[in-house]
Write a protein that binds this ligand. Structure first.
Ligand code: SF4
Length: 208
């Protein structure tokens, strides 16, 4: 990696959290596509509570494409936006069957065209299902990078581009995980715990 502020932050966070695994439980790329779709505006642990039954009943794109969206909604009804999500799950599976022979594609362009899958979700799938470069920008990533002064924009695509330019591709996915963990653990949206932050001496937002 080039010697940049990004490099320093990555190394410090890696020393604290190490190599991260995707918190959304999944066995196949299709399961991760479903789980990441369900995680919109919803905690990962809540998603993990419903996916075992969801994947037991509709384990692959063929099965999900034939599902009744109302039945799917019944399984995921503890999650926010569950009616929209159930429709998207079935529509996405149908698109996978019709356009890709039931196989999850491995490019940003193709993934982000699937119903219910935006750029952030596509990056999660690329990085965690396929081990390909992908830097998802969520609210934690956005907040932490701005507080650190490494980006000066809240536009996710611009943040992604800044990281893509400064950080080696093989680190993108883990870097996103590290920033999310740091945002959840220490650099909270309200009342960040700057006194406990290993990045404090490099952070222009450090509140002493
Ligand atoms: S010093 Fe404070 S604002 Fe800066 S990254 Fe750490 S917790 Fe966040």
């Amino acid at each position: 990696m080039k010697k940049t502020g990004f490099d320093r932050i990555y190394r410090i966070l890696f020393a604290k959290y190490g190599e991260c695994i995707c918190p959304l439980v999944h066995d196949t790329p299709f399961h991760l596509v479903c789980a990441v779709m369900l995680s919109a505006q919803c905690r990962d642990d809540r998603v993990n509570e419903v996916t075992p039954e969801l994947f037991r009943r509709w384990p692959d794109p063929d099965a999900m494409a034939k599902a009744d969206p109302d039945e799917v909604a019944g399984v995921i009804q503890t999650l926010g936006l569950y009616r929209n999500k159930s429709r998207n799950l079935v529509a996405c599976a149908a698109a996978l069957v019709q356009e890709y022979g039931g196989v999850v594609p491995q490019s940003m362009e193709e993934l982000s065209r699937l119903p219910g899958i935006g750029r952030k979700s596509a990056n999660v799938v690329l990085g965690n299902a396929f081990g390909l470069p992908g830097f998802p920008v969520d609210t934690h990533v956005n907040r932490v990078l701005n507080r650190l002064g490494l980006v000066k924009t809240i536009v996710p695509e611009k943040i992604e581009k800044a990281v893509n330019t400064a950080v080696a591709p093989e680190l993108w996915s883990n870097f996103s995980h590290l920033l999310i963990l740091h945002g959840r653990d220490i650099c909270h949206a309200r009342n960040p715990e700057c006194a406990n932050c290993p990045l404090a001496e490099y952070c222009p937002s450090w509140k002493k």
